[in-house]
Ligand binder design. Structure first.
Ligand SMILES: NC(=O)c1ccc[n+]([C@@H]2O[C@H](COP(=O)([O-])OP(=O)(O)OC[C@H]3O[C@@H](n4cnc5c(N)ncnc54)[C@H](OP(=O)(O)O)[C@@H]3O)[C@@H](O)[C@H]2O)c1
Length: 338
């Protein structure tokens, strides 16, 4: 396993992390239609990842492991944290780095969501209790809360570090301007600054290159690259009939997006084949090469719902893409339709 620094911090994390937004499905369903997680399969994935040297795991207080689109499913919130916590029980806590997030709705009452002092102070304790841990390594604000002043949020997060409940803090899904503002506030008041940003980044979703990468470089933030396979699109699987239980069964737009960009995705799959690798491996190796090019740590957050995907995706760490490969990928993807 290769290791990188978590942004400008001294903490070392594996070159890839395991994400827990979607966990393996069990094929059994709750009464409200939400699929139950196959916990035994996830434990196997965690064991295998850990044995391969993966020490970094990402979750969020609102994840429940399968579908999360419908607000009626608020009942399942926290399920991923609980399952991640159970899956890591018995491992040396100091050998792993655990990230979670706060912001999303966990209840329908006022203050049931957001980045206020009240909500954060409540949710950190809930997350720790669900994870069954004394502290979280990286506490991230999941997306922006226009109702809370940035200073209130930043002071609260910094306080959590001082309380030993959190080791580091990071942002996710904020604008470049907002991230700048948070960093300036931390500097002005001597607060603990963010060490990371968590943003969507993959071969076909490169929006952060417009402005956020510059902010990351300026402030020494590591990038946790989420949806590195564009939710499976870059595995090429949605061009054909996907396996049953696949994410496309509840996110059909993944299939329509793939069809709309069929030529581009087929060309990427052909390029992967030419190099003797799979589409997934091409996608992960591309992020690692981009990390070298931009000279900032970029850590793909792998969504692993099957053990065989883990084997395939970890093998991407041995793939080296050339500058010519990168140029070719730029050319192949230039006509992408959103
Ligand atoms: N901060 C945020 O707002 C945010 C948002 C989204 C995600 N995230 C983080 O990023 C993590 C990863 O997101 P993601 O799950 O969308 O990542 P992803 O890696 O782009 O997609 C994972 C999906 O791709 C498919 N897949 C993975 N490897 C495969 C392989 N080798 N062959 C074929 N299919 C493969 C699986 O689909 P099937 O299950 O359908 O088979 C899997 O569920 C999340 O778990 C979460 O931690 C954060």
């Amino acid at each position: 396993m290769k290791y990188v620094r978590l942004g400008n911090s001294g903490t070392i994390v594996s070159q890839v992390a395991i994400g827990t937004w979607h966990l393996p499905g069990s094929g059994k369903f709750h009464l409200d239609g939400v699929e139950m997680v196959d916990e035994a399969e996830f434990y196997k994935i965690v064991r295998k990842a850990y044995d391969a040297g993966v020490n970094f795991f990402d979750t969020a207080n609102i994840y429940h492991g399968r579908v999360e689109k419908n607000e009626d499913h608020i009942d399942h919130i926290g399920n991923s944290e609980r399952i991640l916590g159970r899956s890591l029980r018995g491992y040396d806590r100091e050998s792993i780095v655990v990230a979670t997030k706060v912001r999303g709705p966990v209840s329908t009452f006022p203050n049931g969501e957001g980045l206020s002092r009240k909500h954060i102070m409540w949710q950190i304790r809930e997350s720790l209790s669900r994870l069954d841990m004394d502290y979280v390594d990286l506490y991230q604000i999941h997306w922006s809360d226009p109702n809370t002043p940035h200073t209130e949020t930043m002071r609260t997060l910094s306080h959590l570090v001082d309380l030993d409940l959190v080791r580091y803090t990071g942002e996710s899904n904020h604008s470049a301007g907002d991230i700048e503002d948070f960093m300036n506030i931390s500097e002005k008041y001597g607060l603990h600054p963010f060490v990371s940003m968590q943003e969507p980044y993959n071969i076909i979703q490169r929006g952060i290159e417009k402005d956020k990468l510059d902010v990351a470089k300026k402030h020494g933030l590591g990038l946790l690259a989420y949806i590195p396979l564009a939710q499976g699109v870059l595995a090429g699987k949605y061009l054909e009939a996907p396996e049953s239980g696949s994410r496309s069964s509840y996110y059909p737009e993944l299939i329509t997006f793939s069809r709309r960009n069929e030529k581009i995705i087929r060309d990427l799959m052909d390029l992967a084949k030419e190099k003797g690798i799979t589409g997934s491996q091409l996608a992960i190796a591309w992020i690692i090469k981009r990390s070298e090019m931009e000279k900032i740590p970029m850590i793909p957050l792998l969504g692993v719902t099957r053990e065989k995907y883990l084997d395939e995706n970890l093998a991407a760490l041995d793939v080296r893409l050339s500058d010519d490969d990168m140029k070719r990928i730029d050319q192949l993807t230039s006509g992408l339709k959103a």
